[in-house]
Each structure stands twice: as C-alpha cells, then as structure tokens.
Design a protein around this ligand. Structure first.
Ligand code: HEM
Ligand code: NAG
Ligand code: NAG
Length: 533
C-alpha cells in the first residue's frame, strides 16, 4: 500500500516536472523574454504588428534571440551578418518551412512559398524559375512597359484612385504574362476578384494572427463553429479554386481554339509531362506567381507613393534629375534608370524605410547548428527581421526618417563607421535556397513605374490631419500583414504640364496594340470600358 502511494506520487511528480519543462528555454538557446510553464512565450506573442514587438525584443535580447512557443522554438535574426553566416551559408539545412496549416487548406498544399523542399516543391519552383529567369523576363518586357504606361494614363484620368491603379497594374501584368489574360480596369475584374481573395489571405497569414495551431496541433481539432480561422480558410479555399481553375481553363480553351498569345501557362501545358505537372500543379504555378508577385510589388509602390506624398523635397530633387536627362519630349525608359543615381537612391530608401515583406517568410531548420555560440535546434522556426535591421539606430542615422540621400553617402545607406558586413541590396528578398525568384521581374516593373510617375506628376497629400514636419510618417501609418504597405491614405497626383499629359495619351494609344494580345477574354463591360477609356 505504502509502496503504491509512493509510486503514484513519483509518477505524478515526474509528470508535473516534465510538463513544467514545456515552455521553458533550454540553456543552449539564444536569450529571450522570460517564459511561463507550458506556454513559453506564447502569451506574449503579438497578434499583429509582430515586426514591432520583434524589433523591440531584438534591442533588449540581441540580434539573435529566441521565443518558446510551448515546446517549439522560434529564432529571430536581426542582423545581415548572421543572415549571411547562418542562412545563406547553410542554405540546405535552413531551407525548410514551418508547417502552416491555413495556407495548406487554402492552396490544397501547393503554395510553393510555404512548402517544405520536397518533390512537388522542386517541380513548382523549377517551373516558376523558368517563368522568372532573366531570359524569360525579356519576353515579359513589352507588357510590363505597356502596363507602366497605363498606370500613368489611369492616374492622369483619375488621380485620386492611385491605389486601385497600382493594384490593377501589378495584378494585370502577372495575369497577362502567366495566364495570357489581362484586367484593363480594376472594378468587376479578375484583378479585383483576386485582390479580395489575397487580402483575406494576407490578414490571416501574419504571424500571430490566428491561434498557434501548428505549435499546439490539438487546436486543429476544434470544430469550425468555434474556430473562426477554420471557417475563413474554407471560404478562401473555395475562392482559390474558383479563381485559379477558371484562369487555367481559360488558357486551355484559348489553346484549343488556336488563340495562343505566348503566355507562360501555354509553355507549362505543353511541357506538363516533362515538368511532371498535374493539371492541379499547373494551376498552382500561376497562383503562386500571382500571390507572391502582386501584393509585394503593390506594397512597394504604395509605400513609394506614400513617402513621396509626404516628402515634397524628395520629389523635386528626383524630378530635377529626371528632367535634365529625359526632358519633356519623351517618357523615361529603363536604360535611363542606370543614369539616375538619386532616383535609384529613392527606390533603395523606400525598401529600407518599409520592406514589402517586413519579416520575410519564416524558414525552418532541418539540422542542429551552432550560431554565434548558441544552439539553433533542428525544427526551429526562423524569422529574418528585415524591418528591425533597417530601423536599427546602430546601423542607420535617424532610421525613422525617409531620407534617400543616405544612399548617396554609403552603399547600403548605413551611417558613418557602421559595420555593414553581410548587407546586400536584395537582403529583403530572402536568403539561401528560398530566396525570392521574382527579384528580376519585380526590379523591372518597379523601375519603370517609379520613373513614369516621377516624370509625370507632382504628388500631393489631401489629408486634413496635420503631420509633424520633422517626421511626417510614423510606424502606425503602415498596415499589419505579411506583405504589406501603408494603410489607405488620401492623395492626388497632378500632371506636371499639358506637354506631359499629351505624351502620356499618345503613349497609351500606341500601347493598345500590346494590350490587345491579352484581351481575348474580356467581359462586355470591360470591352466597353476599353473602347471609351
Ligand atoms: C517587391 C517585390 C518582392 C519582394 C519584396 C519579394 C520578397 C520575397 C520574400 C521575402 C520571399 C521569401 C524568401 C525567403 O524565404 O527567404 C519571397 C519568396 C517568393 N517570391 Fe518574392 N518578392 C517580390 C516579388 C515577387 C514576384 C514579382 C514574384 C513572381 C512573379 C515572386 C515570387 C516569389 C515566390 C514564388 C517565392 C517563394 C519561393 C520559395 O519559397 O521557394 N516574388 N519573395
Ligand atoms: C540601389 O540598389 C541597387 C540594387 O537594387 C544597387 O545596384 C544600387 O547600387 C543602389 N544604389 C544606390 C544609390 O545605393
Ligand atoms: C535591379 O536594378 C538595379 C538598378 O538598375 C541594378 O543595379 C540591380 O542589379 C538590379 N537587381 C537585380 C536583381 O536585377
């Protein structure tokens, strides 16, 4: 009797001890905020604006710190040098992705950015790289250029709707190049249908936005009626199938009717067997490009416009440079960009000021690795805190100010004497094996749009609120989300002269022949719009 009580007491104590270890930080891990039994740091994990909490923890605990999420571990890196030494140099063992159930539900497991590097991932990534290679991008150039002209034409006609114009342009460019069909206007179009879907998804996907179902798998079994995240995922899944299967089918039927227009999905269909793609995978190739490519470019462009609206002297400086090189007898072109150091600095500063994917996409380690004297265990979720790097006062003078000139005095805009080891211009595009395959495509699109807008317009705020002239933009001007930019803002863009306006109109008319190739599937309303716009 006494023995069995002792035994029971022992079992209970052992269990309590084991449970009490859950959530506690192993001594070999990088430091981090104090933990609670079972929860670890779960109770402190932000539910939005994760980037801000991460950056303030980085100040407190260092440029590599850890969080315990129950028995799981998250590592947050806020240093270009550690990104280089660990992520880039251990590309294979850092190429994993933490499991993220919501994305798998919505995409049927075929979102390349969230998939572990297995066979389907390789097939998808290979197909996507084919679409985004330098050579392939040369083929996309005419439509990218034409869409950058429609951007300024749209703004000329309806300046206060710049935000919708930017969305339309980004989505329509990828729709045309991938699926061979475009959206000449935003309202009631494929572009707006996709954007609605994408927004629903983005809000759900920010780290911390939903319960930690992938750290505590039991939560996955909570029925949908008590788990709003599940209902949202299922609704998004239905939208996903409707949009992307429709786009694939449209392309298929154009092929059948001998109306090819050279879009990427035609190549994919032709080579389905060689690439090892099922029809479901073929639809996913385009879905991935649209999802990864449009919101990021949009986010960049919105940030760019927002920053210029609130920094008129930057506009004037950039326009002076453009006017001297380009004048008013033609629109700027890509080659001009190389000869416009201040405009380049504006683009670089926009990326620094608010990188479109502030925390990147989380990786997962697939092997134990010593990093800076700490153990990063296999299975850790790894965040690269670009936002925190770019706002680090040890690296940048007055990091909260938008100031392109910083890029004229040092290559990465860092302050005098700062250690810029590990910096590269594409840092915020990711690292190692998972680095963004769309850098080249994005680069071209952004350069053309930025040049056209700066050449053509003066950007003006139409807000009533008074802003601090010393520091007009604050962190809460930006929206939460995984890929994100400023919250909706009001502004107007005034064309700089009638000469500029006339040139834009003429260029739009000549761009029509490039557009027509991708306008086989327009609705009646869209066709009417095109005829009258
Ligand atoms: C300003 C524009 C863009 C930014 C800032 C951006 C940023 C990123 C980042 C941070 C990642 C995660 C990298 C990592 O895991 O370390 C990523 C992945 C990805 N991006 Fe981009 N991106 C942009 C444009 C594009 C475009 C235009 C496309 C395609 C049309 C694209 C396609 C992808 C894909 C497919 C992935 C997933 C790669 C993988 O997980 O293997 N991106 N991007
Ligand atoms: C801006 O970044 C690009 C890469 O995107 C780089 O080639 C260029 O040198 C940078 N320009 C300046 C002025 O820092
Ligand atoms: C993007 O454009 C800049 C400036 O033209 C160039 O220096 C840089 O190498 C480009 N980056 C990529 C990845 O193409």
């Amino acid at each position: 009797m006494a023995l069995s009580i002792a035994l029971w007491a022992f079992v209970v104590l052992a269990l309590v001890w084991r449970l009490s270890r859950i959530g506690s930080r192993e001594r070999s891990l990088p430091p981090g905020p104090p933990t609670l039994p079972l929860l670890g740091n779960l109770h402190q994990f932000p539910t939005e604006y994760t980037r801000i909490q991460f950056s303030s923890w980085a100040k407190q605990y260092g440029n590599i710190f850890s969080l315990k999420i129950a028995h799981g571990t998250a590592i947050i890196i806020t240093s270009p040098k550690i990104i280089r030494d660990y992520m880039d140099r251990h590309g294979v063992s850092t190429a994993g992705r933490p499991s993220f159930t919501p994305v798998n539900i919505v995409s049927g497991g075929l979102n390349v950015a969230f998939r572990n590097p297995d066979q389907p991932w390789k097939q998808l990534r290979k197909a996507i790289q084919m679409f985004l290679s330098k050579e392939a991008c040369a083929k996309h150039l005419p439509i990218q250029k034409a869409e950058a002209i429609q951007l300024v034409y749209d703004v000329l006609k309806r300046p206060q709707d710049i935000s919708a114009h930017i969305h339309r342009q980004a989505v329509s460019t990828i729709l045309s190049t991938v699926y061979g069909t475009r959206s000449p206007r935003f309202e009631n179009s494929l572009a707006s249908e996709f954007t609605t879907f994408e927004h629903g998804q983005e809000v759900l996907f920010e780290p911390g936005a939903i319960p930690p179902i992938d750290f505590i798998p039991l939560l996955k079994y909570v029925p949908a009626r008590w788990a709003p995240w599940k209902q949202k995922c299922l609704a998004l899944r239905a939208q996903y199938q409707k949009i992307f299967f429709k786009l694939r089918d449209m392309c298929e039927s154009r092929i059948r009717m001998n109306k090819r227009n050279g879009c990427f999905l035609e190549d994919v269909m032709d080579q389905q067997e060689k690439l090892g793609l099922t029809p479901e995978l073929a639809a996913a190739v385009g879905a991935n490009c649209l999802e990864a490519g449009s919101l990021t470019i949009t986010a960049f462009m919105q940030t760019f416009v927002f920053c210029l609206v609130h920094h008129p002297h930057v506009q004037r400086e950039a326009q002076k440079e453009i006017d001297e090189l380009v004048g008013t007898d033609r629109l700027p072109n890509l080659e001009d960009f190389e000869r416009l150091p201040y405009v380049q600095a504006v683009v670089n500063e926009t990326n620094r000021f608010f990188p479109p994917v502030p925390l990147g996409a989380p990786h997962m380690s697939t092997a134990d690795e010593m990093v800076e004297g700490y153990l990063v265990p296999k299975g850790s979720t790894i965040f690269m805190n670009y936002y925190g790097i770019y706002r680090d006062p040890d690296l940048f003078d007055e990091p909260e100010l938008f100031n392109p000139s910083r890029f004229l005095s040092s290559e990465f805009g860092t302050k005098h004497g700062a250690d810029d080891t590990g910096f590269r211009h594409d840092l915020h595009f990711g690292s190692g094996r998972r680095i963004c395959p769309g850098i080249y495509f994005a680069n071209t699109s952004i350069k053309m749009s930025v040049l056209n807008l700066l050449w053509a317009f003066n950007f003006e705020s139409t807000e009533k609120r008074q802003r601090d002239p010393q520091c007009p933009i604050r962190f809460d001007d930006f929206a939460p989300g995984l890929a994100t930019g400023p919250k909706p803002f009001s502004c107007t863009l005034n064309v700089r002269s009638e000469q500029h306006a006339n040139l834009i109109r003429a260029e739009y008319v000549s761009a029509r022949s490039t557009f027509e190739i991708f306008e086989h599937d327009l609705s009646r309303e869209e066709a009417d719009f095109v005829a009258n716009w």
